[in-house]
Design a protein around this ligand. Sequence first.
Ligand SMILES: [Cu+2]
Length: 158
Amino acid sequence: MKSPFLTLISFAIFLFPAPAEEKKSDKAAKQARKIEFSAQGTPPGTMKFAKPELKIKAGQPIELTFKNPDVLQHNLLILKPGATAKVGALADAMLTDPEAMKKSYIPKSEDILYSTKLVNPGAKEVLKFTIDKPGDYPIICTFPGHWRLMSAVLKVEK
Ligand SMILES: [Cu+2]
C-alpha cells in the first residue's frame, strides 16, 4: 500500500516539474551573440566593409555593433536575399530627395530588413536582429555612390 506521504511527493512533482532550471537554459539560448562589423578605415575613403562576409546561425539573436573608423559617413542595411540592385537603385534615386540626409539615405523598401542610421566617422551603432530563415542576406551601405563597392554577405546558416 502506498503511504500518503509518497502520494503527496509524487503529486508535488507532478505539479512542479522543476521549471526553474528549464527557464534558465531557455534564457541562455536566447542570449544575443555580440558581433562587431566594421567599415574599412584604411586607406581612408575606401568605401568598403572590412570583411566580405559574416556568418550567423538561423534563429540566433544578434547584437551587431557597426563601427565606422573611416573618414566618410556610412550606414549598414541588411536586405532580403537578392535585393542589392533593387535597393541600390532606390538609394541612387534619393540623390534628388531633399530629405535624404534626414532619412540617413535609407530608401523606403520592403526589401530592407534592418538598418542603422548614418554613422559618423569614429562612431558606432548597434543593430539587434534575429533571422530565422537560412540564406545569403546582402549587407550594403546606401550612402550615395557607396553600395556598388560597399557590400558584404550575411550568411545565415542552419
Ligand atoms: Cu558607405
